[in-house]
Design a protein around this ligand. Structure first.
Ligand SMILES: Cc1cc2nc3c(=O)[nH]c(=O)nc-3n(C[C@H](O)[C@H](O)[C@H](O)COP(=O)(O)OP(=O)(O)OC[C@H]3O[C@@H](n4cnc5c(N)ncnc54)[C@H](O)[C@@H]3O)c2cc1C
Length: 288
């Protein structure tokens, strides 16, 4: 059922209301993904969010073939990759982050500061430790007012501040949620046994994991359960996280603990290798 949106869920009647009528189900799988976080300070009519192909094509069309002044808000994986690509393509790029350096939720400061330096060398202006109070129209296009009191102008503003699960359907069905739809780690059943969930919309052990890699194994476990076939159960492992960058390709493996210390194993101008250990066992590795 293409171009159909699920708009209502009544778990007691096992019925899903859609824009093309109501469907009854024996089992239901929620695979609704996540949507860009929307803040009143970043109005949708002035700030791009690039979570869909349509949005990306719209942004590409607005950028056109000229060099543009682009402000990117949020220095996570998407923001950093986009900033590098746009600067390399000849645009005047400013990257705004609330952290002390880009990728601050993933990287130890030693690695984050190297990334920051390389992005700057590539032409990206980076403004750290600040949030955006408001984006408003201006003769130059848009003016971004920062919490620091400073401001900057842009023709194009892009928000890459992260994703959130739309919990509307889950709440209608009284499913338990915490950032995402809570599922059992082995069965991927929600708190209602006839409803499963997978992918970006779920919360596993209280955490979301919004990467492509785990989804096939999640779908496999659910398919076996739906067909009544034996299965050992889904076993979650953190997928490798990669920054797809030419100036600093990096890979993070394991389960990094943002509060734990990192040990430097090797640090040269060409290679950075860091590790986290717990009880003498390596729990996370960073290669850049
Ligand atoms: C810019 C960007 C770059 C990324 N890069 C990487 C990467 O390099 N590596 C990586 O591992 N991951 C990456 N990701 C994340 C990856 O895309 C997601 O983890 C993956 O797409 C999640 O799949 P999903 O099926 O859970 O959700 P989605 O792919 O988001 O699919 C959800 C679908 O459900 C539909 N839907 C939602 N609500 C309803 C409703 N009520 N009714 C009907 N349909 C509905 C949506 O329209 C959509 O088609 C990236 C994401 C973005 C936005």
């Amino acid at each position: 059922m293409a171009e159909t949106v699920a708009v209502g869920l009544d778990a007691s009647r096992r019925s899903l209301r859609t824009t093309r009528g109501t469907l009854r189900y024996k089992s239901l799988v929620l695979a609704q993904g996540a949507r860009p976080i929307s803040l009143p300070s970043l109005p949708a009519n002035m700030v791009w969010r690039i979570n869909t192909l349509d949005a990306w094509l719209g942004l590409r069309a607005q950028i056109g073939s000229q060099s543009r002044r682009i402000v990117i808000i949020g220095a996570g994986l998407v923001g950093c990759e986009l900033a590098e690509d746009a600067a390399t393509a000849g645009h005047d790029v400013t990257l705004i982050t609330q952290g002390p350096y880009p990728l601050e939720t993933l990287l130890p400061s030693q690695a984050g500061m190297v990334l920051q330096q390389r992005l700057r060398q590539c032409g990206v202006t980076i403004i750290t430790n600040t949030t955006v109070d408001i984006v408003k129209p201006s003769p130059a296009g848009k003016t971004i007012i920062l919490s620091s009191g400073n401001k900057c102008d842009a023709e194009i503003v892009i928000s890459t501040i992260g994703l959130e699960t739309n919990l509307r359907l889950a709440h209608m069905a009284n499913l338990k949620t915490k950032q995402g739809i809570i599922v059992d780690e082995a069965t991927l059943r929600t708190s209602n046994p006839s409803i499963y969930a997978l992918g970006d919309c779920i919360s596993l052990n209280g955490q979301t994991c919004r990467y492509i890699a785990p989804i096939a194994a999640q779908a496999d476990a659910i398919a076996h359960s739906l067909l009544g076939l034996p299965h050992a159960g889904y076993q979650h492992t953190s997928p490798p996280i990669r920054l797809k960058s030419r100036i600093m390709p990096l890979e993070l493996r394991g389960t990094p603990d943002p509060r734990a210390e990192w040990d430097v194993v090797e640090a040269t101008p060409f290679r950075l290798l860091m590790q986290q250990k717990q009880g003498g066992i390596i729990t996370a590795t960073l290669k850049a």
